[in-house]
Write a protein of this length. Structure first.
Length: 231
């Protein structure tokens, strides 16, 4: 799990800190995995060589220049060091077949890593309430409907009520990316990658701790290890 480096406000005296919501680690643990934090100054290939899977967590917008756009007024503070590291991780993991789960920003980053683009800023007050920041994190704001035959349909059934804290979403799917879940207004809420153990979700399943998507990630990691052992 890559973290986010911040130098202000200081985390301890004047030292910078790497931070991420503890719910991510708790969810991986609850699914039977062992979470490992990945500092942003690691070599991406070295990191991929020692982990069984990758969880890309939420956070700041991916720099729009990474997908051929320009920053907009709502982009906020961008994190070029994190972008470079995580895009490197994704590239190495795609090469090795490492399972990956992207959540919110993480899903957007995976789509960008595969050559896709993003909706830079969803219109406020149009369609579903995607940026429901005023609600508690576990508040289920809207429903996502899943494609039959997809892994997401196998995990959640026909539809699921989800929370929502995003102002961006997948626009043009990347290479081999196929959309498996949408909100009623058509916004992409989940996708998978053909032939690879890769899923992106736009909501925040870590808020529910025992969400089945984390079992999928851990199971995918176990399956890959078994395949490697049998080879």
């Amino acid at each position: 799990m890559p973290g986010r480096v911040t130098a202000g406000p200081p985390g301890f005296d004047d030292a910078p800190v790497d931070v991420y919501m503890g719910e991510y680690a708790a969810s991986v643990l609850a699914a039977g995995g062992i979470p490992m934090h990945l500092p942003l100054d690691l070599d991406p290939q070295d990191a991929v060589d020692v982990v069984d899977g990758l969880l890309f967590v939420g956070g700041a917008d991916v720099d729009p220049r990474k997908y051929g756009a320009v920053p907009n007024p709502r982009s906020g503070v961008l994190e070029p060091i994190r972008d470079k590291f995580e895009l490197g991780l994704a590239a190495c993991a795609l090469e090795s077949g490492t399972p990956m789960l992207g959540i919110c920003r993480g899903a957007q980053l995976l789509n960008v890593a595969l050559g896709g683009t993003l909706v830079a800023d969803l219109p406020t007050g149009v369609g579903e309430s995607h940026g429901s920041y005023a609600y508690p994190r576990a508040h289920r704001s809207h429903t996502v409907t899943f494609e039959h035959g997809s892994t997401m349909h196998a995990l959640y059934g026909e539809a699921a009520a989800v929370n929502s804290f995003h102002h961006q979403a997948v626009e043009q799917p990347g290479r081999d990316v196929f959309v498996t879940g949408r909100a009623s207004d058509g916004v992409v809420e989940s996708f998978e990658v053909a032939g690879r153990p890769v899923i992106g979700v736009q909501w925040h399943p870590e808020c529910f701790i025992t969400d089945p998507i984390f079992n999928w990630l851990v199971d995918a990691c176990v399956d890959r290890k078994l395949q490697e052992s049998a080879a």
